[in-house]
Ligand binder design. Sequence first.
Ligand SMILES: C[S@@+](CC[C@H](N)C(=O)[O-])C[C@H]1O[C@@H](n2cnc3c(N)ncnc32)[C@H](O)[C@@H]1O
Length: 290
Amino acid sequence: MELSQLKHVVRPLVPAGLIALNARRHREGERQLEIQRRQKFNSLKDIVSSTIAAIWALTDSQCADADFLENIFIPALGLNDECLHEQPPELSASFGKGLHIWQYPSQLAGYLVWLSRNAAHIESYLEIGCRWGGTFILISEWIRRTGGRLRAVTCVDPIEPTPFIEAYFDLIRKQSPAVQSPIQGTYLCEFSTSATVRRAVDRIRPDFVFIDGDHSLRGALADHLLVRDYARIIVHHDVYSQACPDTTFLWETLRRLESHEFDFVEFVNQYSSVAGQFLGIGVMKRKSQF
Ligand SMILES: C[S@@+](CC[C@H](N)C(=O)[O-])C[C@H]1O[C@@H](n2cnc3c(N)ncnc32)[C@H](O)[C@@H]1O
């Protein structure tokens, strides 16, 4: 073999080896981060009960006050610290704190107010892609606080349940039936495409679903179809995000294709301090229900 030909054989091998090494290092870095994060969440898990107490201590007028929820209540619950370039720097005191909720307060506040008016008759809540569990715990308790009669709360994520979710399920198990109606908490450590999740959805028949798992077009649409026959309220996340073009496109599509059967409400407020548009909560409520 000529030297010039040998180069073609050897050269691609060097970068490939380096890529594999870097990928291994990256995976190891991620694993270490995950371990540290879980240790931190373990030390924070008492905030689950104080958060629930704080939700139940709100007055009805506070539950309907988007300004108070956005600027005081939600930042105090604590926000996630991943993808910080999508987050407004003025909220930095809340990042990496408390429940690590992965939402914009400016969007979540309006959604919570909407929910206060629409929670009655909700009996089962399902969140697909719950990550650390902050939004799941907040929304579950918000539904209960504002009149929903929840009998089942279910979350799906292929990652192990976090100490927040374990603490929450412990609390609802121990709640006295004399004070609160019993509620079944289920964690499905699975992809939403699994047969186990399909069976659980057919059994629970969730009437309220938050979809925030697989952000590909096929994945988010499959989640929509998974719950569409049962859910009276379906909420899609990242419906207004340049980082998630597929879910944004799906939302535009659903607004056109599903408008005969659902009413649509969006919570997509942005922060001028952030370069770009991100997240976005899209609510679909079946017509003539509730
Ligand atoms: C953006 S995070 C969810 C944030 C969370 N809903 C919140 O508001 O704090 C997306 C999560 O979806 C999970 N996920 C990805 N694909 C999924 C699938 N097919 N089924 C269920 N969860 C999935 C990921 O593991 C990740 O934890």
